[in-house]
Design a protein around this ligand. Structure first.
Ligand SMILES: [Zn+2]
Length: 279
């Protein structure tokens, strides 16, 4: 649009002669008011960049929200509790296995001793053995076996008493684990639902951002992207009442004057923070 550009050039020269004809409005303290004058697109060729910045900021906020959903913290806590339970179950299982092996071994001994006693008693009362010495020896062994079985049974009871609290704790853990599994499932589903919603919002913002960015000069957009990466997400900021909207520092009067006199399509950066300043 050479005609309009020419007009703008002429206007700029006029402005050089008589200051602020373009924007006679002033703030209460007498400073020229820049943001409420609503200049046309031709007068603010960089204004689109602020729209891109606005969408990028919203997208950044959505991504941050997505990454820091409170349910994620709660889920990590539940997963931590489940891991602790698993570790405890492993410890208890080792103890339980030891006791169970011991109990099985005792039972085996008890059964063997009882079988031996039954055999002896059968012979003792069967009438085949008649020699007094043999009968006495067999009687002796039966009594000995009875004592032995009773001792083994006492030891088995001790082992069973050791197993009892272990089994009780394992059963408590199973109940707790079921609760935590349900909590984790509920949290995962809440996270998934929130992600779907946020992803939809991000997609909508990205679409709107893309439409704005398409109308911005590629070189300017690249400069903006580089600044955004370097400066915590804000690459372009409005000039607000003589201050940079990015770092919020007031610009020196001479610098403000220089900016006002520059052609509207000149890319101006803040001396303090380096961001693109949009008039
Ligand atoms: Zn700044």
């Amino acid at each position: 649009m050479p005609g309009r550009a020419g007009t703008r050039q002429n206007y700029r020269h006029n402005e050089d002669d008589a200051e602020d004809h373009q924007e006679p409005m002033t703030t209460p303290d007498g400073a020229p008011q820049e943001s409420t004058a609503q200049p046309s697109d031709a007068q603010r060729p960089l204004a689109r960049l602020l729209e891109v910045q606005r969408h990028d900021t919203v997208i950044d906020q959505l991504r941050h929200r997505r990454a820091t959903l409170p349910e994620r913290g709660a889920l990590a806590d539940v997963d931590g509790q489940l891991s602790a339970l698993d570790a405890r179950v492993k410890e208890l299982s080792v103890v339980r296995d030891e006791h169970s092996t011991r109990q099985a071994s005792l039972e085996e001994h008890i059964e063997a001793s009882k079988a031996r006693r039954a055999t002896l008693e059968k012979r003792l009362f069967g009438g085949q053995v008649t020699a007094a010495r043999d009968l006495q020896a067999m009687n002796e062994e039966v009594r000995h076996l009875a004592r032995h079985i009773s001792e083994l049974e006492d030891r088995e009871i001790e082992v069973m008493e050791l197993l009892e609290p272990v089994d009780a704790e394992l059963s408590t853990i199973e109940e707790r684990r079921a609760q935590l599994d349900a909590d984790a499932a509920r949290l995962r589903s809440a996270i998934s639902a929130a992600e779907t919603t946020i992803d939809g919002d991000i997609e909508a913002e990205a679409g709107a951002r893309g439409a704005e960015a398409a109308a911005v000069d590629a070189e300017l957009l690249a400069k903006y992207e580089a600044l955004r990466r370097k400066l915590g997400g804000t690459g372009a900021a409005p000039l607000l009442g003589g201050s940079c909207g990015g770092c919020h520092l007031a610009l020196p009067a001479m610098e403000l004057d220089r900016i006002r006199r520059a052609p509207p399509d000149t890319v101006i950066t803040c001396d303090q923070c380096g961001r693109i300043l949009v008039r």
